[in-house]
Ligand binder design. Structure first.
Ligand code: HEC
Length: 204
C-alpha cells in the first residue's frame, strides 16, 4: 500500500514538474525586462525599429495645427505616442515608469489640406486626417545615465519625412528637458494628462 502511495506521489510530482522543467518562459520573461534603448560607445542612441515601436501601445495623438498657431506651430503634425505594454502596465500599477522605458512620439502630417487652415472634407466631416510620417522625438528613462535631467534622456531623430536619422545624440537640456521638467515632473516627466489610458487609469 505504502509503495502504491509512493508511486502515486512520484507520478503526480512528475506530471506537475515536467512542464516546468521543460518550460522556457523564465528566460523569455527575463529578456522582456530589457530596455529597447540601445546606445553606442559614444552614448548616441540607435533609432528604435519603427516596425516594432509602431506596434506598441498607442496612448494618444495631440495635434497643434498651424491654423491655430498663427500659421507657424512648432509641431503642426499629429504627435503619435507609443509606449511598450509592459511599461504601460507598470505605470498603471505604480504611477511611475520602470527604468529603461522608451516613449516614442512620432509625428504625422495632416493629409493633403484643401482649406487654408489645413483641414479637408471627408464623409465623416471637415477636419484633420493623418498624412505621412514626419519625424521622431523620444524619451528614455535611465536615472543614472540621465540624472541631470530628472532621470530621462531626450533624443530627436529628425523633423522631416522618412528616412529618419539612424542614431541621435542626447539633446541639450535647454532644448527639451527644461520644459518637461517645468510642467510634468510630478507625472514622471510625461504629459499623461493627454493620454486617457494613463490619465484615467484604464477605465472600462
Ligand atoms: C516648450 C515645451 C516643450 C519642449 C521644449 C519639448 N517638449 Fe516634449 N512635449 C511637450 C508637450 C506639451 C507634450 C505633450 C503634448 C504634445 O505632444 O503636444 C510633449 C510630449 C513629448 C513626448 C511624448 C511623451 C510625453 O512626455 O508625453 C516626447 C517623447 C517628447 N515630448 C520629447 C521631447 C523632445 C525629444 C524634445 C526636444 C527635442 C522635447 N520634447 C521638447 C512639451 C515640450
Amino acid at each position: 500500500m505504502q509503495k502504491y502511495i509512493f508511486a502515486v506521489i512520484v507520478g503526480i510530482y512528475l506530471v506537475v514538474a515536467i512542464p516546468f522543467l521543460l518550460d522556457t518562459r523564465p528566460v523569455a520573461a527575463a529578456q522582456s525586462q530589457q530596455s529597447s534603448a540601445v546606445f553606442d560607445s559614444q552614448g548616441n542612441m540607435k533609432l528604435p525599429d519603427p516596425h516594432v515601436f509602431r506596434r506598441w501601445v498607442f496612448v494618444g495623438a495631440p495635434l497643434t495645427p498651424n491654423a491655430l498657431n498663427d500659421g507657424k506651430a512648432n509641431f503642426p503634425e499629429y504627435h503619435h505616442v507609443y509606449i511598450e505594454q509592459k511599461n504601460v502596465d507598470a505605470y498603471l500599477k505604480t504611477g511611475a515608469f520602470p527604468e529603461g522605458t522608451v516613449i516614442v512620439k512620432e509625428l504625422t502630417r495632416v493629409l493633403n489640406p484643401t482649406f487654408p487652415d489645413g483641414s479637408r472634407t471627408e464623409p465623416s466631416g471637415r477636419g484633420y486626417f493623418n498624412g505621412q510620417y514626419n519625424g521622431i522625438d523620444l524619451t528614455v528613462k535611465d536615472s543614472k545615465r540621465f540624472a541631470k535631467t530628472n532621470g530621462w534622456g531626450f533624443f530627436t531623430f529628425g523633423h522631416h519625412p522618412l528616412p529618419y536619422a539612424e542614431s541621435a545624440a542626447e539633446a541639450p537640456s535647454t532644448e527639451c528637458a527644461f520644459c518637461h521638467q517645468a510642467y510634468v515632473a510630478k507625472t514622471d516627466m510625461t504629459w499623461v494628462q493627454f493620454y486617457p489610458l494613463l490619465r484615467d487609469k484604464d477605465p472600462k
